[in-house]
Design a protein around this ligand. Structure first.
Ligand code: TXA
Ligand code: MG
Length: 312
C-alpha cells in the first residue's frame, strides 16, 4: 500500500467535490468514485462503466459516525461495524430519513450498502472530500476488477483520473451482508470470509442463492468476463494457459500460480491480476486448478464461476 502525496490527494478531493469522477485504491479492488450526494456525478459512473442503472452502488464513508447519518443501525449492525470497519464488509441497511444520497446511487431502493474501506489513501481521500463516495469497482461493467492503478488506466483507455495506492492487499471485493431482515444474509461472498463473520456472531450466516430476487441486484451470473474461455477445477491440456493453485508439476505452457503454498489469502490477492495477465496473453483457454471452498475460497470460487459463465 502506498499513500499518495498531499497535493495529489487534495487535487483528487477537489475533483470529487466538483462532481468529477476519481478512481481510488481500497484494500479490496480499485473503486471508481463520485460524490454520492450529486446525481450528475453518480450518473457519470454508470455511463463510464456501461453499468445497468438498476444496479445500486456501495457508498464509502470514513467512519461509523458518518455511516450513522445515512442508515439506521441496529445494535447488531453497530457491533459488526465496530468489529470489521475499516475493512472489506459492506452492510446493507435501511436508509435514514434526510440521508442526502442521490437515489441514482441507490437505484431507488430504500436500503443502502455502506462500508469504511481499510486503505490509508481511501480514508484520507474520504476525509478530505467530506462527502460519502459511491464507488463500484473501477472496470468497464462485466470485465475483470482492477487491483492496480495500471489496470484501471488500461480498462478506461487512460480516460479516468486514478489515485495510485499500489496493489490492493485483499484482491477480491468486499463481502456484502444484508441486515435488513431479522437474520443476516450474505449477498456476496468477499474478502471477509463467511466463517469469520459466523465466528464473531456465533450463528450460521446464510448465502443468498445466485440470481435470486433477494440477492444483490448486481450479481448477474456472467461477470468478470475475460476474453479467454475458462475451464474450472481441472488440469490444463496442451496449448491452454494454466491458473494453478498449490504445488504443481512442471508445465510447458503459460502458467501463473495463485499460491504455490496453497494460501487462500495470497490466492485472493493474486486472482484478478493473474487473470488479467493470462487473458492479456491472448490464450484461448484458461484452465484453473481446483480451489477449496473454505474460508476465502468461497469468494475466489464465486469470481471464477462468474468468469467462466456463458456470456449473456
Ligand atoms: O470491495 C468492494 O465492495 C468494491 C470497492 C471499490 O469498495 N466495490 C464494489 O462495488 O465491488 P460494485 O459496484 O462492483 O458492487 C456493488 C454490489 C452490487 O452487486 C450491488 O448490487 C450491491 O453491491 N448493492 C449495492 N447496494 C445494495 C443494496 N441496497 N441492496 C443489495 N445490494 C446492493
Ligand atoms: Mg464490480
Amino acid at each position: 500500500m502506498r499513500t499518495p502525496d498531499h497535493n495529489t490527494l487534495l487535487a483528487a478531493a477537489a475533483r470529487l467535490r466538483s462532481g468529477q469522477l476519481q478512481a481510488f485504491p481500497t484494500e479490496t479492488v480499485y473503486g471508481l468514485g463520485a460524490d454520492a450526494t450529486n446525481s450528475d456525478a453518480v450518473l457519470a459512473i454508470y455511463e463510464t462503466k456501461g453499468r445497468p442503472r438498476f444496479n445500486p452502488l456501495i457508498i464509502h464513508v470514513p467512519s461509523l459516525e458518518m455511516a450513522e447519518t445515512l442508515a439506521v443501525f441496529s445494535p447488531l449492525a453497530r457491533r459488526l461495524a465496530r468489529a470489521f470497519w475499516p475493512g472489506p464488509l459492506s452492510l446493507v441497511l435501511p436508509m435514514r430519513a434526510g440521508h442526502g444520497l442521490s437515489d441514482i446511487a441507490t437505484a431507488g431502493l430504500n436500503t443502502v450498502a455502506l462500508r469504511v474501506p481499510n486503505h490509508p489513501a481511501a480514508l484520507a481521500l474520504l476525509r478530505e472530500t467530506g462527502r460519502p463516495l459511491a464507488a463500484p469497482s473501477a472496470n468497464p461493467s462485466g470485465k475483470l476488477s482492477p487491483t492496480t492503478a495500471e489496470q484501471v488506466a488500461l480498462g478506461f483507455n487512460g480516460k479516468v483520473h486514478v489515485l495510485d495506492g499500489g496493489p490492493c492487499t485483499a484482491g477480491v471485493e468486499s463481502t456484502i451482508l444484508s441486515l435488513v431482515d431479522e437474520r443476516p444474509l450474505q449477498l456476496r461472498a468477499g474478502a471477509l470470509s463467511r466463517d469469520r463473520i459466523e465466528a464473531f456472531l456465533g450463528v450460521p450466516v446464510e448465502q443468498a442463492a445466485a440470481g435470486s430476487a433477494v440477492s444483490a441486484p448486481g450479481m448477474l451470473l456472467s461477470h468478470y468476463a475475460p476474453n479467454a474461455h475458462m475451464r474450472l477445477a481441472t488440469r490444463p491440456q496442451p496449448g491452454e494457459a494454466w491458473l494453478a493453485f498449490g504445488a504443481t508439476e512442471p508445465f510447458d505452457g503459460l502458467m501463473r500460480n495463485l499460491s504455490p503454498a496453497g494460501d487462500l489469502y495470497e490466492a485472493a490477492r493474486n486472482l484478478f491480476s493473474m487473470l488479467h495477465e493470462l487473458d492479456a496473453s491472448g490464450a484461448a483457454v484458461i484452465a484453473v486448478s481446483p480451489i477449496p471452498e473454505t474460508g476465502l475460497g468461497e469468494a475466489i470460487n464465486d469470481r471464477l464461476r462468474r468468469a467462466a459463465a456463458p456470456r449473456s
